[in-house]
Design a protein around this ligand. Structure first.
Ligand SMILES: [Zn+2]
Ligand SMILES: [Zn+2]
Ligand SMILES: [Zn+2]
Length: 307
């Protein structure tokens, strides 16, 4: 993520800010132009900004949705208590994903989101045919943290879910017809439902780390290996961008090996800082050689796409 500054007074502001704390001007984000003090000629607030305050993006058409909110197909029922807050948290995570997708010049046209709150029926986070479904119940920290512990995962966040599910979409856009995929991630033609059933019946492969997977879930099926690796690549890319904006590490134009070198130095520092504060590691992963090769493949794929 970039570090933004208010276009009026240059005071630094977060990506999520709706007001500059220095000059008090109202702010709006417009892709490629950054954080703009309002009003701005030719731009107006997204409808979700005006009506619900769950968005801080701008759009060209008065009364229209911004580029990110336009992707919503279903939002939580706002007449129920707590749902506006859940939706706000989902939007914050989604905006960070969309920021990265725009930077990577990935198409957004055929992507949609359903944010569903579980009621009588459970909601499964997942992807199908251009549609990302997110269980809005995970916007509640205690719920999500309990799931993380129950499923024995080192890391579980809303942003992580968005990044993971986007992987399934961009697999169909960028990868589907590339035979090289199978050499790196395995043969995705094996029956997905069978693999899923086995995963939940028998648990993950006991030696998934040695087998070269980034997470236990990645060992379930080549599609999930791809999705976990893609999400991980986006974590790295975004966090490295943030740190380089603060003068820690190099800026963009770097090779994959440079990136990994910066990444191991940065995450060692960040984990040490967290330990000094008595909190768990910011980056609870170890990258083995096979995982690095998967990440390298994604790096080159995206480089090729941007060219
Ligand atoms: Zn300002
Ligand atoms: Zn919006
Ligand atoms: Zn998945």
């Amino acid at each position: 993520m970039k570090i933004f500054a208010c276009s009026h007074c240059r005071h630094t502001v977060f990506f999520e800010n709706v007001q500059c704390l220095n000059c008090q001007k109202e702010l709006g984000y417009f892709p490629e132009r950054g954080m703009l003090a309002l009003p701005q000629e030719g731009l107006s607030k997204c409808r979700n900004y005006t009506e619900h305050n769950v968005c801080n993006w701008l759009t060209r058409q008065v009364g229209d949705y911004c580029r990110a909110c336009r992707l919503n197909r279903t939002i939580p029922d706002l007449s129920l208590a707590g749902n506006l807050q859940r939706w706000w948290r989902l939007e914050m995570a989604k905006k960070r994903l969309v920021f990265s997708l725009i930077e990577l010049q990935l198409p957004l046209d055929d992507l949609q989101f359903d944010f569903l709150v579980p009621g009588a029926q459970p909601v499964l986070t997942g992807y199908s045919n251009g549609l990302i479904t997110i269980n809005a119940g995970e916007a509640d920290d205690p719920t999500r943290e309990k799931m993380r512990v129950d499923m024995n995962e080192p890391y579980r966040t809303l942003l992580g879910h968005f990044r993971h599910e986007s992987a399934h979409h961009y697999w169909t856009v960028l990868v589907k017809d590339l035979p090289a995929f199978r050499q790196v991630f395995g043969d995705e033609r094996q029956d997905y439902q069978q693999c899923l059933d086995r995963h939940y019946r028998e648990g993950p492969l006991p030696d998934w780390r040695e087998q070269g997977f980034i997470s236990a879930y990645a060992s379930m099926h080549p599609w999930e290996d791809w999705a976990e690796s893609w999400a991980h690549y986006l974590h790295m890319r975004d966090t490295l961008q943030t740190s380089s904006e603060f003068g820690l590490g190099r800026l963009d134009t770097q090779t994959f090996d440079d990136m990994i070198q910066d990444w191991s130095r940065l995450t060692f520092a960040l984990n040490s800082i967290n330990r000094s504060m008595g909190i768990s590691d910011l980056y609870p992963f170890v990258l083995g050689k096979p995982v690095l090769e998967k990440l390298r493949w994604i790096h080159h794929l995206l480089e090729g796409h941007q060219r």
